[in-house]
Design a protein around this ligand. Structure first.
Ligand SMILES: [Zn+2]
Length: 279
C-alpha cells in the first residue's frame, strides 16, 4: 500500500493570494483520494495535481471559515461534471447537511439541465453528508481509519483536526487552531503533521484595515504562532512537521524564516509546504 499527501493549497485567510491557493489537502491511498478542506479553487488544484475525479472517495471539512469551505459544493458538482458517478461521503461540523442541500438548490438549473440534456445521474444521491460534533473515529474502511479531534479555534464551537491512519502511514491535518492539547493527543506518534502557522511580527499591517484591531485579536486568539509549532510537534512525537496555512501570505517572509521559527524545540524534520508538494 502507498499513501501520499499532496498539498493543494497552502495560503491562509479568505482573500485570494498570488503565490498560494486556499487551504486544501489530498490524501491518496492506492487510488482512493480523500480531500481535506475545500478552499477556493480546490477542484482545479485537484486536477492540476494529476488526481482523477473518479477516485474521489471522501471530503472532510475542518471548519466553516470560507478559506476552508468556499468550494466544498463546487468540488462535488465539478467532479460530477467530470463524470463522478459513485457516492461520496462528506464530513464536517454542522450545518454541513443543510449547506449541502442549499448548495444543490442554488445550482439546480445547471444540475437539472445536465441530467435532462446530458444523461447524467442525479447528483444529490451521490453526496452523503455526515455532521461531526464529537471527537473520535469518523470513518473506517479496510484501507483507512479517520479520527477527528475538537481543536481550539474560537469562536467556533466545532473546529476539527483529522488523523488518517493507513497500513503504511499516519497523517494529521490540524485545520485552524490555537495551541490545543486535543491536537497533540490526536497527533501522537504520527508520521506527518500538517500544521497551520502565523508569523506575529508581520501582523501589524493588518492594523491599517478598518477592522484591523478585531482581526489581529482573532488571529492571535485562534491560530498558532510559528515559533510554537515545533514545541507542539515535539510534544506529539511527530516525525515530519509540514507547515501550511501561512498567515500572512505574500508578505515577504522567507522559507528560511518559517523553517527557523518552526524548528524551535523540535528535532524532527520541518518542511515549508507549497502548493502541489507531494509527500
Ligand atoms: Zn479558520
Amino acid at each position: 500500500m502507498t499513501t501520499t499527501l499532496t498539498l493543494l493549497g497552502t495560503a491562509g485567510g479568505p482573500t485570494p493570494k498570488m503565490s498560494r491557493s486556499a487551504p486544501a489537502q489530498a490524501i491518496n491511498i492506492d487510488g482512493q483520494v480523500f480531500v481535506i478542506d475545500c478552499g477556493n479553487g480546490v477542484a482545479r488544484q485537484y486536477t492540476r495535481a494529476g488526481l482523477d475525479f473518479d477516485h474521489l472517495a471522501g471530503v472532510f471539512i475542518t471548519h466553516h471559515h470560507s478559506d476552508h469551505n468556499a468550494d466544498y459544493g463546487n468540488l462535488l458538482m465539478l467532479a460530477w461534471g467530470a463524470n463522478l458517478d459513485h457516492e461520496v461521503s462528506t464530513y464536517g461540523p454542522p450545518p454541513l447537511t443543510s449547506m449541502t442541500r442549499e448548495f444543490l438548490s442554488m445550482n439546480r438549473v445547471d444540475i437539472e439541465t445536465r441530467i435532462a440534456d446530458e444523461g447524467r445521474p442525479p447528483l444529490e444521491p451521490l453526496i452523503s453528508p455526515r455532521e461531526i460534533t464529537e471527537p473520535g473515529i469518523v470513518h473506517q474502511s479496510d484501507t483507512v481509519t479517520v479520527t477527528a479531534a475538537l481543536v481550539n479555534h474560537p469562536p467556533f464551537e466545532v473546529a476539527l483536526a483529522y488523523r488518517f491512519d493507513t497500513a503504511d502511514r499516519s497523517i494529521v491535518i490540524s485545520g485552524d487552531t490555537a495551541e490545543s492539547s486535543a491536537l497533540i493527543e490526536l497527533a501522537q506518534g504520527a508520521d506527518i503533521l500538517v500544521h497551520e502557522v502565523l508569523y506575529e511580527p508581520a501582523l501589524d499591517w493588518i492594523l491599517q484595515r478598518t477592522n484591523g484591531t478585531a482581526l489581529k485579536k482573532h488571529l492571535l486568539d485562534s491560530h498558532t504562532t510559528v515559533d510554537r509549532v515545533g514545541k507542539i510537534a515535539h510534544a506529539a512525537n511527530i516525525k515530519t512537521l509540514v507547515l501550511s496555512h501561512f498567515v500572512p501570505t505574500d508578505a515577504g517572509i522567507t522559507d528560511e524564516t518559517w523553517k527557523k521559527e518552526a524548528s524551535k524545540g523540535f528535532n524532527g524534520k520541518v518542511i515549508v509546504g507549497s502548493d502541489f508538494m507531494t509527500l
